[in-house]
Design a binder for this molecule. Structure first.
Ligand SMILES: Nc1ncnc2c1ncn2[C@@H]1O[C@H](COP(=O)(O)OP(=O)(O)OP(=O)(O)O)[C@@H](O)[C@H]1O
Ligand SMILES: [Mg+2]
Length: 327
């Protein structure tokens, strides 16, 4: 892998639908052979960005290169080098996985024999060999998405775009897709992956861009993003719910930052500047106030907390609670 090479370059992309700015000066670079996570809530501009890079949309302003090729000037050249797993895939429900892949292969002009061989190769690679004649409509969600992935891989793309590849899948289906994605990167493919699942970006991506309202609001590794919003946090679980407010007041005195209170788990949480000093003070202050802590921990913030901090409450929350993608 030529580590310095950039597989994706986007500069100042702008796209509006009527007054609504879907992309508002979005810029991003992705080194070859890496997985880049684009994380953002509903309507942040993820799909618009992916479709722009995949040459399916034209933007009003800005410039983008994929695999070193300008998407506006040479869209066909770009298309020859990319794969796209959209939010809505185009499989034939009544055909088997092999038949679908075979069909895609012929659509890509592989020729009958190469298309058949490629179909078998991909079934094997994505763990679908034993699906036999079963039609796609009888697949589980995870199998289906792996077949989508296989289909986007017919031409062995240099750059693969995955638009919310695990939306609507159960945890098992998700981990199947994650493994499939991991296996692609070993082959040198660059992956740009959009997601609303913080955990997913954390699991798969080398680097992450947080986007909201059509622009990047932060980027870096998961660790860097967490560090950006303040260092460590202290969590305290109190023994009885009655002590929650008193404990929150004590923690506020130690932290100086905002204290989150979760009544259900009897947990309070706040950022701290110096973990050991804060921990020492807190233990003493809780003791002095006669508050019993059941658990006490210092930890890094979760990406969820990072996102909440950077977007405020208005942008919609990119948690994993969303239901199946509406079609
Ligand atoms: N074809 C369109 N016509 C009008 N508005 C659009 C169109 N496509 C997108 N938008 C608007 O542009 C903004 C960005 O949409 P986009 O689909 O890129 O967001 P997203 O991050 O992919 O969201 P989701 O998580 O729901 O898939 C949204 O406000 C959306 O309503
Ligand atoms: Mg989308």
């Amino acid at each position: 892998m030529a580590g310095h090479e950039l597989a994706i370059v986007a500069e100042g992309l702008e796209k509006s639908y009527r007054e609504k700015k879907a992309l508002d000066g979005l810029s991003m670079t992705v080194p070859s052979g890496t997985v880049h996570g684009v994380l953002g809530p509903n309507g942040a501009g993820k799909t618009t960005f992916v479709r722009t890079l995949a040459t399916l949309l034209r933007v009003k302003a800005g410039r983008a290169e994929v695999a070193g090729i300008d998407v506006r000037r040479h869209p066909e050249e770009v298309r020859r080098r990319i794969g796209l797993l959209g939010q809505h895939a185009a499989l034939d429900e009544d055909l088997s996985g092999r038949q679908n892949l075979d069909l895609f292969g012929r659509l890509y002009h592989l020729g009958t024999r190469r298309a058949a061989a490629r179909a078998d190769e991909l079934l094997e690679r994505f763990g679908l060999t034993d699906t036999g004649r079963r039609p796609v409509k009888a697949y589980s969600g995870g199998m289906r998405r792996r077949l989508d992935l296989a289909a986007s891989f017919i031409i062995d793309p240099q750059v693969l775009f995955l638009d919310e590849p695990t939306a609507g899948l159960d945890p098992r289906g998700r981990s199947e897709v994650w493994n499939a994605v991991r296996s692609l990167v070993g082959g040198g493919t660059t992956v740009l992956l959009t997601t609303q699942y913080l955990e997913e970006a954390d699991q798969l991506a080398d680097r992450i861009s947080l986007i909201d309202h059509g622009r990047v609001i932060a980027d870096g590794t998961a660790d860097q993003l967490k560090a950006k919003v303040g260092g460590d946090r202290i969590d305290v679980v109190v023994r009885t719910a009655g002590q929650l407010q008193a404990a929150a007041a004590v923690l506020a005195g130690v932290s100086g930052g905002a204290v989150d209170v979760d009544e259900d788990t009897r947990r309070i949480s706040a950022p701290v500047a110096d973990r050991m000093t804060a921990l020492n003070h807190l233990v003493r202050a809780l003791h002095d106030a006669g508050i019993e802590a059941e658990d006490l921990a210092v930890r890094r913030p979760t990406l969820d907390e990072v996102f909440m901090r950077l977007t405020g409450d208005g942008g919609g929350r990119p948690s994993g609670v969303r239901e199946e993608e509406s079609v």
